[in-house]
Design a protein around this ligand. Sequence first.
Ligand code: CA
Length: 469
Amino acid sequence: MKTPNIIFIMSDDHAAHAISAYGSKINKTPNLDRIAEGGMRLDNCFCTNSICTPSRAAILAGTYNHVNRVTTLVTKMDNQLPTFPKLLQDNGYQTAVFGKWHLGTGPGHCPTGFDDWTVLPDQGRYHNPDFIFKGPDGGTRKLVKGYATDLIADMSLDWLKKRDKDKPFCLLCHHKAPHRNWESDEKHESMYLNEEIPEPETLYDDYKNRASAAEAAEMRVGVHMHEHDLDAEINDNMSENELRKWAYQRYIKRYLRVIASIDDNVGRILDYLDAEGLAEDTVVIYTSDQGFFLGDHGWYDKRFMYEESLRMPFLIRYPREIKPGTANEDMILNVDFAPYFLDLAGIEIPESFQGRNCRPVFNGATPEDWQTSMYYRYWMHKGHNVYAHYGVRTKTHKLIYYYSDGLGQEGAKNETYEPEWELFDLVKDPREMCNVYNDPAYADIAKELTDELHRLQEKVGDERYRKDV
Ligand code: CA
């Protein structure tokens, strides 16, 4: 059988709970839902570090961040590392990436392993953005008129139209949206104007019964936003909760409008596949580099190992193998994507890739020994004042250890605080509002999870912060 084409569409900061296929209470995404209807929705897809640059490195290289050394937003990826696009290119695939890269620019960091690429410098702009076009010495920078989401889809479609039809392709379409500061295009700017968007249950979280890290984080909707985030003056006379209530409406509408543009543009790509008769032979994935707080815990942004930020949306369609309209609760991680792509292309997965091939999961035949726990590490100590932490999540519980130390990582602050633990019972407390680490009833579970955390650290080759805890 022919090896399939791959279209990997990844947006930036799109939480699963803002996709209607995931039961969103706040918006509709009919085109993203087309992928789910034609394939599978993964309900427990997790990132191993919930910020842009590290998650992108984990996806491309199939390794954890202590291995690929991309630990924070400012640590660039060495473009000599082995990645799945390079191996696909070496094995006869046409490869391209368009849109957000955020793994560094210039000769040592620009995209490699792609026949063609055009990427935004760092985060890039929504309107009339500069792009870096493939070329010598790390490429050429040029302003392109238009709206980033439309432009990235245009570039992707142009490349598809020009491709060699006799060879399989792997296209990475990386949207900048819906990253902060959520600037809509004209087409969607009046969406939700006279509507009240439902508030999340934990919008007015007071951070009691948690480690001190939750209260310390500077990512609260309202007080930790700027006027350019809300396109409005912030009234300093409101109480914090009044401000949170008002700012949430402005924030979430802005966020959802930029998602509406992603949804339209995903529709354009799906339409192209249908029109060209390519849908059967093309694996289409929609994901995001991590989740996001949509007012959950009173926050925007990500970073924490809490559910809304840890969970990545992951919709996949491949009619030749994946049963349409299905959902799956098995745990898959961002490091598992690369081995899957290699396997699709019939390439042997090199030892250096740490993830596990999730093809059997997608194909409805999850192996008996499939992972039931995962390891997470956020290195960027004090980014948005979120303390460095690592932890383990199982199907029912989550243990987090805030080691709260920058450890000399570029982009992390070199301040150290007393470490703290959090333990959540995800069955009884799915919103993670009550830390039960010191509850004697959970002593055995805390011990088991600590052992599991250390086992996973050993397995992936990461070091414990202190050997004695
Ligand atoms: Ca991101």
